[in-house]
Design a protein around this ligand. Structure first.
Ligand code: ADP
Length: 589
């Protein structure tokens, strides 16, 4: 052997020894069958490589080395097949047959005493055992190479890359052994070339079995881009917690390549499941303290228990968790995956809390609408009676009333009108909320409708100077007369409410292009630009006018009605500068 070859041989031995030590360390850290088989296979193979350099010579010691190398060789094949079995399970029959074959071949190898020096002539039986040894080993390597490669198809990118790398690692091992077997019989140049290739295989093996962080990131990259988009949609558009949790699981699994996963809510109920039934998930969570792990009660970092990763979710109501079960095909979780999961969990917790908050707000809104509905209907009956009797008293239909009492009747009637008007707004608002506000549109003269609306709030306007500017010709539009009047009455009553008594209120009807406009202008307190943002919202009221009676429903309802007519309601105002509301509807063609 040339010095170069000797150095190369030594380098291969050192590299394999390093790889073997690494596998043993990772087995000690995670003592499961998968890590155990890998450590067994690579340690045995390293011993074969080391022992093979001691081959040759004769005598008891040389024979012992040869027998040990044979056993180690078979053990490495068995370990590699079992490592494959931990990813893609073999049938029990195959496992049994291969185990028996390996034991029998190993015993035969010792019995027939394979020659220590490979160049000495073999007996027929020795040749047969040698062929059988190489045959069974080749099976233990080639079969997993192909199976693992095939089973990578259609898997999430991390799993796929990981499985392919393992398959390439197996092929590399085969190459190393072939090189070791035939290198001696080739010329120096070819031996050198093959030994160099064998050495180059070691980093491939390392990467296959212990992929570094940067490589895992590269593997994840194609999925990361999709993930960012999906996360955005997931957080923004999930209607409820169950849906959000379900969608979150898809990605949690894909990011780290788990086989099954589920989400536990803060009360330990199962919120969503993937690849496992809800009852199995519930059983698992009952048996394991996922939400209150000993010693990790307050930790936020994901933690591993066996083949399970638990990712805590810090929810508003308490601690929840995403639990990911690594299946046979899943890669072993690394620190990088865990920190990725931690970031992911933060987003998901925020998303779940947002959905909770949204549904609470929605429930509150529903309660408000329900209350509006009930209160307005309950108030309507008694108010009709009160208004009826007040009008009868005022008209003298119930006999004489003392002059002092009679003097307050107009005020009482106007207050009753105000309350009735509020009740009417509340009823309309709850109809609108429930989608029951159907317009009954027909061709109407909006000048006439505006006059009627003014008539309806005359009492409210009595303290103001009302100036009406309407065209003499009818202005026709397809409107719902009652709803049209609700808008005008609301604008007029607001103008009266939010301006000092005695000031002018102008109402104008005009046509412009294909639209009719009703403008209501007052000289009142005005509305700042900032406050104008809340005017048209449900229950939206401006703080500065909170001393004036009102529900905050009128303008919201009015704008909705205007828009249902394909028109609009806009405001022009400023602090203390009076206000003009413009109500527009399309003219009849
Ligand atoms: P409200 O029943 O409170 O009057 P609206 O929806 O009709 O409800 O009005 C919403 C708020 O807009 C009022 O509370 C008031 O602060 C403000 N507002 C409405 N009209 C005027 C106006 N003409 N001048 C000044 N502020 C107004």
């Amino acid at each position: 052997m040339t010095p170069a070859l000797i150095i190369l041989q030594l380098a291969i031995e050192v590299a394999f020894a390093f790889l073997a030590i690494r596998t043993v360390v990772s087995w000690v850290r995670q003592p499961d069958a998968r890590h155990g088989n890998l450590a067994l296979a690579l340690s045995a193979l390293t011993l074969v490589i080391v022992l093979s350099s001691l081959f040759g010579g004769s005598g008891v010691q040389a024979q012992l080395f040869t027998d040990a190398a044979l056993i180690m060789f078979l053990v490495s094949g068995y370990g590699l097949l079992m490592f494959r079995d931990s990813f893609v399970p073999l049938s029990p029959g195959t496992t049994r047959a291969v185990t028996v074959a390996i034991v029998v071949i190993g015993l035969l190898g010792i019995i027939v005493q394979l020659p220590a020096n490979p160049e000495t002539p073999h007996t027929e039986l020795q040749s047969l055992v040698l062929v059988a040894t190489i045959g069974i080993w080749a099976f233990c390597i080639l079969e997993p190479t192909v199976t693992i490669w095939m089973s990578a198809r259609g898997r999430p990118s991390v799993e796929q890359a990981r499985l392919r790398a393992i398959s390439i690692g197996y092929a590399g091992l085969l190459l190393v052994v072939v090189v070791g077997t035939i290198a001696g019989s080739l010329n120096n140049f070819l031996s050198l070339l093959l030994s160099l290739t064998a050495l180059a295989v070691v980093p491939v093996l390392y990467v296959a079995f212990f992929p570094p962080v940067w490589l895992r990131r590269v593997w994840r990259q194609p999925e990361e881009d999709q993930f960012r988009h999906a996360l955005h949609d997931l957080l923004l558009y999930s209607p409820d917690r169950g849906t959000l949790a379900d969608r979150a699981l898809v990605w949690a699994e894909r990011l780290v390549g788990g086989e099954a996963a589920f989400v536990l809510d803060s009360d330990a109920t199962v919120l969503a499941v993937r690849g496992i039934s809800a009852s199995d998930a519930a059983d698992l969570s009952k048996r394991s303290a996922y939400l209150k792990p000993e010693g990790k009660e307050n930790g936020h970092a994901p933690w591993q228990s066996g083949s399970t990763v638990v990712v805590p979710l810090d929810l508003q109501q308490g601690r929840g968790a995403i639990i990911i079960l690594s299946g046979r095909l899943s890669p072993l979780f690394g620190d990088d995956e865990l920190s990725r999961l931690r970031q992911y969990a933060t987003s998901i917790s925020a998303g779940l809390d947002r959905v909770t908050l949204n549904s609470r707000i929605a429930a509150l809104e529903r309660a408000k609408t329900d209350f509006l509905n009930i209160a307005s209907h309950e108030l309507r009956g008694p108010m009709t009676v009160i208004k009826g009797y007040l009008t009868m008293l005022d008209a003298g239909a119930l006999g004489d009333v003392a002059p002092k009492a009679r003097s307050v009747l107009p005020l009482l009637i106007s207050k009753a009108d105000e309350v009735n008007w509020m009740i009417e707004q509340m009823i309309e608002a709850s109809r609108l909320e429930e989608g029951r506000l159907a317009l009954k549109r027909h061709r109407s003269d909006i000048v006439e409708l505006t006059d009627s609306a003014i008539e309806g709030v005359k009492l409210l306007l009595s303290g103001h100077e009302l100036r009406v500017d309407t065209p003499h010709q009818p202005v026709e539009a397809e409107v719902d007369p009652d709803r049209f009047q609700i808008v005008v009455r609301n604008l007029l009553s607001n103008a009266a409410k939010y301006s000092s008594p005695g000031t002018d209120i102008d109402i104008e009807v005009r046509r412009d292009g294909d639209k009719a406009f009703v403008l209501v202008k007052d000289q009142g307190i005005g509305i700042s630009k900032q406050d104008q943002a809340v005017l048209f919202t449900r229950f939206g009221r401006v703080d500065s006018s909170s001393h004036v009676q009102g529900t905050g429903l009128g303008l919201w309802l009015s704008r909705e009605i205007a828009r249902m007519h394909d028109g609009d309601l806009t405001v022009e105002s400023g602090n203390g500068a009076g206000t003009t509301f413009t109500f527009s509807v399309p003219l009849s063609p």
